[in-house]
Design a protein around this ligand. Structure first.
Ligand code: SF4
Ligand code: SF4
Length: 325
């Protein structure tokens, strides 16, 4: 991969759909029930896993959505293709919104275990709790621990403990849970320390946070993030996303996951971000009016600029379209 801006892939998520039962405020890929009911096709799945099998440094992948369990046949098919191409599946990521009892949890996880799944990651956050009562998260975890004999990641255990202080049998809006747990927005970010200041978080979780003028980010290029493959994602269309940069892709499993530097130069926005960061995008987008209140991070500025550039309908690397709608 010496002449590609995208190095060997190491570990990442295979997103079977952008559709989810939730529309969490922190969702990096802006998944939601409003997305079309579109799922990765058989042909793309085959291509994804055969591409993964030829990655020399790949440690494993995880399966995700949106919420992958909304379409069990597709999820089981993904496990089959992973086996066919000998690609290790580290875990399935699920929000457990479907888990209306311990028994349902046992049945669903047993079905998935029989299909070849060996471990799960269960999400627990104040954002998920706006849609999913704690009892579903709790019962899902208990059932998963039973079925997968401990191979369960609770993401995160600390937040799960905090959630247990809320009413177990109902959802809570974020302002409600913040009030109960005595948190402001800075406290929410601290509690969910893994949050990325991009995607939906950059639109919905900025209140009370320190903001900086766009100019502050001048000279901060994105080379290392765009070249990071330790937590990549491949979406249902086969697009590859590196770093924490959803909505921006120059590689697809149906073409080449490691395009040459020469090919990268065909993608103007990607190249600008690599060399100059989002302030470089501002220079080619005179229509953009920077928010006088500022931005919490350069990725926040990047998202707003890319939304504006998407409207011009001339940059293929701004994909998929549903991310920008
Ligand atoms: S459950 Fe996960 S995929 Fe769905 S909206 Fe929330 S963060 Fe996104
Ligand atoms: S500014 Fe944009 S390209 Fe750079 S790391 Fe953030 S999301 Fe990625």
């Amino acid at each position: 991969m010496a002449d590609s801006p995208i190095p060997d892939l190491i570990s990442g998520g295979i997103m079977l759909s952008y559709r989810c039962n939730n529309a969490c405020r922190h969702c990096l890929y802006r998944c939601s029930p409003k997305h079309e009911n579109r799922w990765m096709s058989d042909a793309t799945m085959d291509k994804v896993f055969s591409s993964m099998s030829s990655e020399q440094q790949l440690r494993g992948v995880h399966l995700a959505g949106g919420e992958a369990t909304l379409n069990m046949p597709v999820l089981k098919k993904a496990l089959k293709y992973a086996q066919k191409h000998n690609v290790p599946v580290d875990y399935l990521e699920t929000n457990c919104g479907w888990c209306d009892s311990f028994e349902t949890g046992l049945n669903t996880f047993t079905e998935l275990k029989d299909a070849g799944l060996e471990a799960v990651l269960i999400s627990a956050s104040l954002f998920h709790n706006e849609f999913i009562p704690f009892c579903r998260t709790r019962d899902g975890i208990e059932a998963a621990l039973h079925v997968f004999e401990g191979r369960v990641i609770i993401w995160t255990q600390e937040i799960f403990s905090q959630l247990s202080r809320l009413d177990h049998n109902r959802t809570h809006t974020l302002p409600e849970s913040m009030k109960i747990l005595d948190l402001d927005y800075n406290g929410v970010w601290k509690m969910h320390s893994y949050l990325t200041p991009a995607g939906r978080a950059a639109e919905t979780l900025t209140e009370g946070l320190r903001k900086y003028p766009a100019e502050n980010f001048r000279g901060d290029n994105c080379r290392s993030c765009l070249g990071s493959t330790g937590h990549f994602h491949i979406d249902p269309h086969g697009n590859l996303y590196t770093g924490h940069c959803p909505g921006l892709s120059i590689a697809n499993v149906n073409e080449d996951l490691h395009p040459s530097v020469q090919n990268m130069y065909k993608h103007k926005l990607y190249r600008i971000l690599q060399e100059k960061g989002p302030v470089g995008l501002q220079e080619i987008c005179p229509e953009f009016r920077a928010d006088k209140n500022g931005y919490i991070h350069k990725c926040h500025l990047c998202l707003e600029l890319r939304k504006e550039l998407f409207r011009l309908n001339k940059y293929a690397e701004l994909t998929p379209p549903e991310y920008y709608l």
